[in-house]
Design a protein around this ligand. Sequence first.
Ligand code: BGC
Length: 271
Amino acid sequence: MATTPSQRLANQVALVTGASSGIGLAVAKSLAASGASVVVNYIGDAASANAVVADITAAGGTALAIQADVSKEDQVQAMFRQTIEHFGTLHVLVANAGIQVDAAFADMTLAQWQKVIDVNLTGQFLCMREAVREFLKRGVQPEISKAAGKIICMSSVHEVIPWGGHVNYATSKGGIMELMKSTAQELAPKKIRVNSIGPGAIKTPINHDAWATPEAEAKLLTLIPYNRVGEPEDIGGLAAWLASDEADYITGQTIFMDGGMTLYPGFATGG
Ligand code: BGC
């Protein structure tokens, strides 16, 4: 039996960074299906971002694509200005844009280190700060949501699982954990909720090589007790719920959605 998607985000405006592919794309569609008007941020691939907007519109939703490099302060500020001009305000930020630039530690260049920190960590800071400024300015609109604003940081299982060969990436996610918790603590009295989602292995372009062949997938599954690789839609559904008033009493938390990857699967038969 078909079910009607809940309108748990009706009359809300959401901005999703990195929404032209992967997890961000699924989150944008899920928020739109839940009733939010959605800004689909992208950095370079306008055609894909426009396709996401077209899909959302065809499904009866509302969306707008905006280009911005989240690591650039002026571009982030321009994107938030455009969002607020177009939709009036903002209720939900999903700070999702992220990259991997992998290298063995001894070979890692400063540029490889800096790029990942700039996009994954500083990019979230810049977007969160603009969102918080708008939430504080507007305050709670009780007819729309119990909170003045909701922020979801896209973290990773690698905020807690160390990841050799990916030290810049794991460090950025560890940083996101304290960015999320410290802002959650500071801003809770202002009725702003800040949480993270910590995805495990999800089938997206960022980790394509890890699941694209049956051999690679079988190897990956040894790290996932639940024995399936996640889909972007898994994360999309969680993001819509976490942004909604059904999750109003949750702040300062990372919700891992990882099929058990953080359960130290090696210890099921060892230790
Ligand atoms: C990474 C993926 C990886 C997954 C699980 C994610 O944060 O971006 O490449 O497959 O963590 O290790």
